[in-house]
Design a protein. Structure first.
Length: 262
């Protein structure tokens, strides 16, 4: 197994000029940033869903629903064990690192809401991250509710470190039909944000796709996507291209020479 501490960072990708000169938000106002699968795909994270809607040749309801877990917990554990172990083989890319720099230096502060269940934002240095769909490297006990860090494989007989019961641990993932995590914090961040940016999102998954419609009136919005999202028309500014190029370019333009480079 690859040692996490020995995984080399993804090579720096030179930023490219954006499709339009970026308007700079008021630096006194907080930024709200939504990230999706597109930002992690450039680090090598597999999306698992193919054109037929199957996840690794499994129907979504088999591996990503409470009913699927109740019917075949061993299958669900194998599926998420594969995804969890893959995190040892990937590293944050230039987009993750640029967002960490933005969070560190933006005077008004920044909140990252991510649909991704990996930990690449944190490993890049971001600290104010809301994982609305859960985290691969955590497990939750269905008996006592305790949440624990979990880096390696999880199996049905695994015991909860808190209540010591076996067979009660599940991936700390929001499955279909379940309520996303952090909704009160997300609502508060939406109510106070001075700018909203979506990066690598499809606009297909709700409630994440509706966040752009919930920002305060007059709030400037940006979409940074390889291809336009389904809700692309809801954004005021668009910068097409891979996240490893567009995000560093935007951060560089917003921070400029006023603050030291990372």
């Amino acid at each position: 197994m690859t040692d996490l501490n020995k995984v080399s960072p993804s090579p720096e990708t030179p930023s490219t000029p954006l499709s339009e000169p970026p308007m700079r938000p008021d630096p006194r106002q907080p930024l709200l940033i939504l990230t999706g699968a597109g930002i992690s795909a450039e680090s090598g994270i597999r999306t698992f869903r193919d054109a037929n809607g199957l996840w690794e040749e499994h129907a979504i309801e088999e591996v990503a629903s409470p009913e699927g877990f109740a019917a075949n917990p061993d299958l669900v554990h194998r599926f998420y064990n594969q995804r969890r172990l893959q995190l040892f083989e990937v590293a944050p890319n230039a987009a993750h690192r640029a967002l960490a720099r933005l969070e560190q230096h933006w005077p008004g502060g920044a909140v990252i809401i991510t649909q991704n269940v990996d930990d690449l934002h944190e490993r890049a240095g971001s600290r104010n991250v809301i994982h609305m769909h859960g985290e691969l490297r955590k497990v939750r006990c269905t008996a006592c509710g305790a949440v624990h860090p979990w880096l390696l494989e999880l199996h049905s007989p695994s015991a909860c470190p808190t209540c010591q019961r076996s067979g009660t641990l599940r991936p700390h993932i929001v499955w279909f039909g379940e309520v996303p995590f952090g909704l009160p914090q997300i609502e508060q961040a939406l109510a106070t944000c001075g700018a909203f940016v979506a990066i690598g999102t499809s606009g297909l998954v709700y409630p994440a796709a509706a966040l752009v419609d919930a920002v305060p009136p007059g709030t400037p919005t940006w979409e940074l996507n390889l291809d336009p999202a389904l809700n692309s028309q809801a954004f005021q500014h668009h910068h097409p291209g891979p996240a490893t190029r567009t995000v560093p370019a935007l951060v560089e333009a917003w921070l400029g020479d006023r603050l030291p480079p990372a």
